[in-house]
Design a protein around this ligand. Sequence first.
Ligand code: PEP
Ligand code: MG
Length: 555
Amino acid sequence: MSTAPLAGIGVGSGSAAGAVAKAAPAPVLPPPRPVTDPAAETAAVRAALAEVVADLEARAARAGGTAADVLTAQAMIAADPVLADRAAELVATGTDGPHAVTGAYAAFRTALLAAGGYFAERAADLDDLRDRAVARLLGLPMPGLPDPGHPYVLVADDLAPADTALLDPERVLALVTVRGGPTSHTAVLAKALGLPAVVGCPGAAGLQDGRQVLVLAAEGTVQPDPGPEDVRRAAEEQRRRRERAAGATGPGRTADGHPVALLVNLGALHELDGAAAADSEGVGLFRTEFLYLDREQAPTVEEQTAAYRTVFKAFAGRRITVRTLDAGADKPLPFATAADEENPALGVRGLRTAARDPQLLETQLAAIAEAARSTGADVRVMAPMVSLPAEAAAFAARVRAHGLPAAGAMVEVPAAALRAERLAGVCDFLSIGTNDLAQYAFAADRTLGALADLLDPWQPALLDLVAATAEGAAARGVPVGVCGEAAADPDLAPVLVGLGVTGLSAAPACLPEVRAALADRTLADCRRLAALARTAPDAATARARVREALRTPAS
Ligand code: PEP
Ligand code: MG
């Protein structure tokens, strides 16, 4: 058995060692069999689909909170009568139950994959529901989380929300998935729970139950049969990080007092309580797409106002940066984006949708303004996917026309980074979306795990674009934050500050380590680290150089 480390995409900075326990495998579909009693077969199919719904609802009731929302949404999909009717139609044409269920789900799946981006990533959710129903029909246990009776490293092909929603961080030490990219459900969940994870790790398919592994999220590796010394070192590093994180609180600042705003990213109302409870100066990125997803029409101004008021009240006394609708590419919406674009990531998306449908933006700004007025909240509004200073100027004019005091532009397109000074000249702040900026700088689809190397936020060319943006903003005295995933990496945080970034916005669970990392270094240290990273020949060297420097005592 090889003990070579297995490579994947690391999520978070933690580590964990423990025994592997694999999620119950999906059932294997047996060869088709003739249907002798179609009525009984149909009844069995309907019963299996109903059992899946009942199981999800029961687990939702047990789970509560965010998990309950996810499971309830899954139960609603599984309860769709169109699915059961389609399966019944297939049985009527002589298809046996397991194949009929598989066929019915396949039609749903094809529709989601055709929609692409965010929806395509949800295809794994449908596969999970199908597997549960098929397992029931075959008399097998439903696939899902293992229960070996002790804490374990969960290894799975990919995790569905129905599994992850029930994850108990007390029992699950780390997550490892064979598939999935940096924006997969598993990656997002691992960050929210603060669990170390490695996703997109093909070698994990060969790991057996009970095998000891060491998961190193920062390295993106899974080490089978680690030596006691490796485990001890990783645990020590983990303990040190946790202690350091617990020791730093309050506004972000470097060791010599240079302020760095530390803010949370918020993407759904069910995240609100956790986000508001986090030690932060407010919201650096409020993604508003959740209001628009799964709808035929845009939400009304009243609906939007109510949602914004809820968020603004939860952050009373702190600043809230609302991003206007970012439809298109990985977030397609039937009423806002065209279905026939050949390259949706390069198409009419983000702020560009407002040029085609100004009312969409007007309604949103009116709702934000009304919610801000009635709550007295400190609200700033920024636009996604800005390419030209003229676009930013037009957006800022609309924001101000609604009586909102601060308008910003996201820097996600290299052209915007290169012309940041002009952009900063027409708005009140800039916010760098490193996820998209990496995608467009490297011509690499951000949803593809296979291109993770190019999308690595340590790529020196990406850091050059961050530096260009920060220089442009500084020339106009305008603040510039980072709100992409790069801001969540505690080793990268001092580098970003050294490049001139004035604020960092990340998942709430990531902020304590980021705050601690900044508190350890002076601004001059940060600048030295930034120079080390920028002059590196590649991302791996940049990361290694900075980590090495961080291990040596601060000057
Ligand atoms: C980004 O692109 O970095 C960003 C923060 O926006 P999103 O991930 O929502 O596209
Ligand atoms: Mg973006």
